[in-house]
Design a protein around this ligand. Structure first.
Ligand SMILES: NC(=O)c1ccc[n+]([C@@H]2O[C@H](COP(=O)([O-])OP(=O)(O)OC[C@H]3O[C@@H](n4cnc5c(N)ncnc54)[C@H](OP(=O)(O)O)[C@@H]3O)[C@@H](O)[C@H]2O)c1
Length: 201
């Protein structure tokens, strides 16, 4: 009896392990990005950092759009050291301030000739309720309204650089979102607010 249970446990374990392996999706593209310009928001750490690193490896001009200059500069140094791509720059962007979003976008429009890829990656979770100076719910502004305004301000440059791409980093939890015109700017609790804010902008 013991061996039968052990056998079933072993089979279950192997099935789970392989199911996970087959469900995982890896980007194996090695497309050359020399001559392309990319913005990655929240690029100083986590998914944003790894994304920026990959773009830099492929030769793109990479703009690290971050709220903290020191953390962003450290990330830039690491990326340049690892990729030997010096064409990596830091620009300050704080999504919790629409003034900062507008200033960042203006700077990009004034200085960049093209924009091929915009990655709206920066995001937060688990925030308590608070309002920004723009009168918006903080979590919604950082994850949703800020990236939306940024995208709209850069859309002409993106169109001019076609074929271009906008990538919004979402979350599986967005499938539980219950976003309506009435609760767009409301705090709906720790989990629900996050899932609402991760609906594709
Ligand atoms: N990790 C996961 O399991 C997971 C799962 C699903 C979806 N996601 C999504 O993936 C994205 C990246 O997640 P992550 O795990 O890599 O997160 P992370 O390591 O916490 O990095 C978040 C980034 O966003 C930046 N950020 C936060 N608030 C900002 C603001 N007001 N203005 C500008 N930048 C701001 C952070 O800057 P600072 O370093 O200065 O704080 C940081 O660079 C997020 O949109 C998240 O919702 C993550």
């Amino acid at each position: 009896m013991f061996f039968i249970v052990l056998f079933f446990l072993l089979v279950t374990f192997i099935l789970i392990k392989f199911r996970k392996k087959f469900k995982q999706k890896w980007c194996r593209s090695k497309v050359c990005l020399v001559g392309k310009t990319v913005i990655v928001t929240g690029a100083n750490t986590g998914i944003g950092y790894e994304t920026a690193l990959e773009f830099a490896k492929r030769g793109a001009r990479v703009i690290l759009a971050c709220r903290n200059e020191e953390r962003a500069t450290t990330a830039r140094q690491k990326i340049v050291r690892e990729t030997q791509n010096e064409n990596v720059v830091v620009q300050i962007l704080n999504l919790s301030s629409m003034t900062s979003v507008r200033k960042f976008a203006k700077n990009i429009l004034d200085t960049e000739e093209r924009l091929d890829i915009l990655v709206n990656n920066a995001g937060v979770g688990g925030l308590e309720h608070s309002m920004t100076s723009d009168g918006l719910q903080l979590l919604m502004q950082i994850n949703y309204f800020g990236p939306t305004l940024l995208t709209m301000l850069l859309i002409d440059l993106l169109k001019k650089s076609a074929p271009s791409r906008i990538i919004n980093v979402s979350s599986m939890i967005a499938r539980f979102a219950k976003l309506t015109p009435e609760n767009l700017n409301s705090y709906t609790g720790l989990v629900m607010s996050y899932s609402n804010s991760k609906l594709d902008t």
